[in-house]
Design a binder for this molecule. Structure first.
Ligand code: ATP
Ligand code: MG
Length: 99
């Protein structure tokens, strides 16, 4: 099952995503929560430990030179959160440019 949540700013996307992820995980689903916000805060909303959240690095935004195994990628980029939810960052903008 794949669930995508999008919508206007400040309407509760992150709060609903985090709650849904934890509820599904508690019901026994294997949950991978992918934060696609360029200013990511899903880890915090999930209640992830600060140390694990600090280890999150965005996955490269370009195509890989060689096909990569999904399990290997998750081992490299995913961090564990509460209720067994794993978290991945799709992107992060550290500093905005001009214009
Ligand atoms: N059901 C709700 N009732 C009241 N406040 C809520 C509710 N859901 C979220 N909020 C609050 O509204 C604010 C925005 O929520 P949230 O960050 O989840 O929205 P968002 O759509 O992800 O925002 P952004 O576009 O900035 O990423 C937060 O301060 C959150 O605590
Ligand atoms: Mg948000």
């Amino acid at each position: 099952m794949k669930i995508g949540i999008s919508g206007k700013g400040r309407t509760g996307k992150t709060t609903i995503s985090a709650t849904l992820a934890r509820c599904l995980a508690r019901r026994g689903r294997r949950v991978l929560a992918i934060d696609c916000d360029s200013n990511p805060n899903l880890a915090m909303s999930l209640g992830m430990e600060a140390a694990a959240a600090a280890r999150l690095r965005p996955m490269p935004g370009r195509a890989f030179d060689e096909p990569r195994d999904v399990a290997e990628l998750l081992a490299e980029y995913a961090q564990p959160g509460p209720d067994g939810v794993r978290v991945v960052l799709a992107a992060r903008v550290d500093q905005a440019g001009s214009g």
